[in-house]
Design a protein. Structure first.
Length: 248
């Protein structure tokens, strides 16, 4: 059961791996294989180490604009392509996607993530001022360093999908006691080591936005959840560190 009633109704139904082998893009455009599957949003442990374990997925996020400066989403990725050595002989003369140099096989289906496409949908019963809605235009974000091996290889990394500008805009429309949902729509692009452009499925991730909901009423008591990495204003209760009184 979702922590916030109604949020689960916005989640996209699971997509079978068999339906992710190929994505048909707009008419007239080239087809790009969907080799990368975004399986969910990764959770981190108390040491802030992200997990690729599907049991540690976060189904929805929470953003408290009273203390947050942004929202970091960690997509959990899997390379569903087989190894290039299993789809043809190694070497260009046989049509395989691998290559052989002096009998050294080079894997052709490693995927290097190069870019993220982020879009938004604001879900609320209240009217959103145009100046706030204009802040939530989609954008492209360069990504570097994420390499995912074939045959079910997994990877995850954190990326800031909401920044301080988004938070400032949300503060104008989310007062204490009210909420809205930002649906983040994430798609990743990359290239294989055999120089084939690939893309992921589109992953929809709802973030419930509140004002004050993650700050306990009594901050003399430590937050109850200490099993995850605590980022102020994101997902879990947070108490600011105590500040010693200033002695004149």
């Amino acid at each position: 059961m979702s922590r916030y009633k109604g949020i689960e109704n916005t989640l996209r139904a699971g997509v079978g791996l068999s339906a992710l082998l190929l994505t048909l893009v707009a008419a007239g455009c080239a087809e790009q294989p969907t080799m990368i599957l975004i399986r969910g949003a990764a959770l981190s442990d108390s040491s802030c180490v992200l997990s690729t374990d599907p049991a540690a997925f976060l189904t929805e996020g929470v953003l408290d604009v009273s203390i947050a400066s942004g929202y970091v989403l960690a997509p959990n990725l899997q390379n569903v392509a087989p190894s290039s050595s299993t789809v043809g002989a190694q070497g260009k003369t046989t049509g395989g996607s691998g290559a052989v140099f002096n009998n050294l096989a080079v894997e052709g289906n490693n995927v290097i993530i190069t870019e993220a496409q982020v879009d938004f949908e604001l879900i609320t019963a209240a009217a959103i001022p145009a100046e706030v809605a204009s802040i939530f235009r989609g954008y492209d974000l360069p990504i570097g360093g994420a390499v995912i091996e074939p045959n079910g290889g997994k990877a995850t990394f954190g990326m800031s999908v909401l920044n301080s500008t988004h938070v400032t805009a949300l503060q104008q429309v989310v007062s204490p006691g009210s909420t809205l949902t930002v649906m983040v729509k994430l798609k990743l692009f990359g290239v294989t080591t055999s120089d084939t452009e690939v893309e992921s499925n589109t992953f929809n991730f709802p973030i419930l936005v509140c004002n004050g909901c993650l700050t306990p009423a009594d901050c003399s008591v430590a937050p109850a959840d200490t099993s995850h990495c605590i980022m102020p204003g994101q997902d879990f209760s947070y108490c600011p560190p105590a500040v010693d009184p200033v002695v004149p």
